[in-house]
Design a protein around this ligand. Structure first.
Ligand SMILES: [Zn+2]
Length: 104
């Protein structure tokens, strides 16, 4: 079991993770969608816990700004049909070219 003097942890999210190691992994952990609150390091480190809180807050704000994360074809269908509707309205009701002349 004792393979040499190196004690680099295989599992980066283990209880022996340092702040630097944890924060290095943070973007990956964040993107993978795991529950960061379950990370061992956060249970013992207020500093990184606060950092994760900040990141989660930022991520929430970003989601609010971008509600459509993955636009489905139906969304584009709606957009296209509404655009087509506007064009039809414009064609049936020409207001730009032949406005009623009002001369003094
Ligand atoms: Zn830490």
């Amino acid at each position: 079991m004792n393979a040499g003097g190196k004690n680099k942890p295989m599992n980066i999210t283990g209880p022996c993770t340092t702040c630097a190691e944890f924060q290095e992994q943070l973007p990956e952990l964040f993107e993978s969608g795991v529950d960061l609150k379950e990370q061992e390091h956060l249970k013992t480190c207020e500093q990184c816990s606060a950092l994760v809180d900040d990141l989660e807050y930022i991520a929430q704000q970003a989601k609010l700004l971008l509600p459509i994360h993955d636009p489905s074809p139906a969304v584009w269908d709606n957009i296209q049909s509404s655009l087509a509707g506007e064009k039809q309205n414009a064609g049936a009701n020409p207001t730009s070219s032949s406005a009623p002349s009002h001369t003094k």
